[in-house]
Design a protein around this ligand. Structure first.
Ligand code: SF4
Length: 450
C-alpha cells in the first residue's frame, strides 16, 4: 500500500534539522509521499524504516528511460489498470528487429528507416523508436559487427538480443554512451548479464515463464546493482502474454508484487499474426514491443493505435484556434467554421484538400469538444463565432460575408446570422460530403455572393 504524507511523517525522527535538504520533516514527508524524495537522504532513519519507505513511496511501476538524448523513450511509471481510470502516460517503444545474419546494407536500411520515417497525424509526428539487434548467428564477433553497422547511422535506442554474455559484451563495445537495453537475463545467465548491465549502465530485460520466476530474477538483478529492469514474461502464445502482463500490472499497482513493478517486454515477431501481437502489446501494458520491419499498412496501424491509446481520455487533442489556409485561398474563397477538436480538424482538412477547392478554415475554441458535443454543451455558440471572426480578422481576408458552419450546428444558424451579420450556409454533417457540398453550393452557384 502507498503511504500518505502523514503516515510517513509519523515515522520520521522529527528533528527538523534540514540535513535532507528540506526545511522541515513534514516537507520531506510530503516529497517522499509524492515520490519526489529519496528516503536515503535522511541520515537518521534506520535501515528497516528506509526499506519500508522505499517500497511504499516509489512509483508502483518504475520509469525506465530507453536510450539517451532526443530520441530516448521513457516507459513504465503507469498508475492505472484501465485507461478510463485516469490515462496511460508512456507509450511503448516500438523497435524493429534486425538479425546479425543480415547483410550490412539490409541492417543499415532498417536503421535508416527508423531514423527518418515520420507519420504526421493529428498534429503529432509519429515515429519508430529504435532497433532490436538479434544475435541469431550465435557468434560474438558477428554480433559486434551488426551492432557496429547500426551505430554508424543510429541515434536512437537499441535492444541487444542475446543470452550469451560474450556476444552481448561484443555488441556493447560498439555502443559508446548509448546504453542499449540488454535482452535478456535468465535464470541461467543472470549473474554475468547483470554484471554487464551494471558495468555499461544499461536497462536490463529479465526473462522467465511465470510471475514468481520473474519477480525472483528481478530481485536478484536489483540486488546485483542493476537499477533499470524490464520484464519479459516469455509467453508461448498471446493468451499467455495478456494473462501474464495483466498479472504483472495488477500486482505492481496494488503493491502485492513490488518486484514486478517494472515495464513489460513483448517480442511480437514470435506470434502469428504479428499484427494481433502488436495490438495486444499496445493495449495490454507492454513498455517495449519488438516487431519485424513492418510493411506500410501495419506500420500505420501500430502507430495510430499507440497514439490513440496513449492520449488522455479526459483531454481531447486540440488545435490552436485561428484562421487556417487550405491551399491558396483568395478573397472569393469559402470560409468554413468548425471546432478545435483535432480529429474534426484533420478529418475535415483531409476532405477539403481532396476537393482541391482552396478555402479558409476558421477554428473556434470549443475546448477540444467535437461539433455535436460542443453544440449540445453550449461551447459552440453565436457569440463564440462572432468573437472568433473578429479576433482572427476574417473579414479582412475575404470580400464576401458568407460563413459555412457544420451540419450539426444547424440550430445555431439563425442566431449566428443575427449576431455576426454574416450570411450562414449550413454545411454537411459528414465531413466526407464537404467537397460535393462546396461544388454544389459555392462553385456551381457562382459564390461569393455579396
Ligand atoms: Fe527531518 Fe531527517 Fe530531514 Fe532532518 S534530515 S529534517 S530529521 S527528515
Amino acid at each position: 500500500m502507498a503511504l500518505k504524507a502523514l503516515d510517513i511523517y509519523k515515522m520520521l525522527p522529527k528533528k527538523n534539522c534540514k540535513e535532507c535538504g528540506y526545511p522541515t520533516c513534514l516537507t520531506f514527508a510530503m516529497k517522499l509521499a509524492a515520490g519526489k524524495a529519496d528516503a536515503d537522504t535522511c541520515p537518521y532513519l534506520d535501515t528497516a524504516t528506509k526499506e519500508l519507505l522505499r517500497g511504499a513511496t516509489r512509483p508502483p511501476i518504475q520509469l525506465v528511460k530507453l536510450g539517451v538524448g532526443e530520441r530516448s523513450v521513457p516507459v513504465g511509471d503507469e498508475i492505472v489498470l484501465f485507461r478510463h481510470e485516469k490515462a496511460f502516460y508512456h507509450p511503448p517503444g516500438i523497435f524493429f528487429s534486425v538479425s546479425d545474419l543480415w547483410e550490412k546494407e539490409r541492417i543499415v536500411a532498417a536503421a535508416t528507416r527508423v531514423m527518418e520515417e515520420v507519420f504526421p497525424r493529428v498534429g503529432e509526428n509519429l515515429r519508430w523508436n529504435g532497433l532490436a539487434i538479434r544475435n541469431e548467428s550465435g557468434n560474438a564477433p558477428t554480433f559486434g559487427k551488426a551492432v557496429a553497422a547500426v551505430e554508424e547511422v543510429a541515434e536512437f535506442p537499441e535492444v541487444l538480443v542475446s543470452e550469451s554474455p560474450g556476444a552481448l559484451e561484443a555488441g556493447l563495445a560498439h555502443c559508446g554512451n548509448y546504453h542499449p537495453v540488454i535482452h535478456a537475463a535468465t535464470e541461467a545467465n543472470h549473474g554475468e548479464v547483470a554484471a554487464l548491465a551494471k558495468r555499461f549502465g544499461c536497462p536490463l530485460v529479465v526473462r522467465a515463464g511465470d510471475l514468481a520466476g520473474l519477480a525472483g530474477l528481478a530481485k536478484a538483478c536489483t540486488d546485483l546493482g542493476v537499477r533499470n529492469l524490464i520484464l519479459d514474461p516469455a509467453p508461448a502464445n498471446l493468451g499467455e502474454f495478456i494473462a501474464r502482463s495483466t498479472g504483472i500490472r495488477k500486482k505492481a499497482l496494488d503493491r502485492s508484487g513490488p518486484d514486478l513493478g517494472h515495464p513489460v517486454y513483448l517480442d511480437a515477431t514470435a506470434f502469428a499474426p504479428e499484427e494481433a501481437a502488436i495490438v495486444a502489446g499496445i493495449l495490454k501494458y507492454a513498455g517495449v514491443i519488438v516487431t519485424s520491419v513492418l510493411p506500410p499498412g501495419t506500420a500505420r496501424m501500430a502507430l495510430t493505435l499507440r497514439q490513440n491509446v496513449y492520449t488522455d481520455p479526459q483531454k481531447p487533442i486540440q488545435m490552436t484556434p485561428g484562421l487556417y489556409r487550405v491551399g491558396e485561398p483568395g478573397p472569393g474563397s469559402p470560409v468554413l467554421a468548425t471546432v478545435n477538436f483535432s480529429l474534426t480538424y484533420f478529418t475535415l482538412l483531409g476532405y477539403l484538400e481532396a476537393s482541391r477547392i482552396p478555402c479558409h478554415l476558421l477554428i473556434v475554441d470549443t475546448e477540444g469538444f467535437s461539433v455535436l458535443t460542443a453544440v449540445a454543451a453550449g461551447k459552440f455558440s453565436e457569440r463564440l463565432v462572432k468573437d472568433s471572426l473578429e479576433r482572427f480578422q476574417v473579414a479582412g481576408q475575404v470580400k464576401h460575408r458568407t460563413l459555412i458552419i457544420p451540419g450539426y450546428a444547424a440550430p445555431l444558424s439563425g442566431r449566428i446570422e443575427e449576431v455576426t451579420g454574416w450570411r450562414v450556409l449550413v454545411g454537411p454533417r459528414d465531413a466526407a460530403d464537404i467537397g460535393e457540398f462546396l461544388e454544389k453550393e459555392w462553385i456551381a452557384k457562382g459564390l461569393p455572393a455579396p
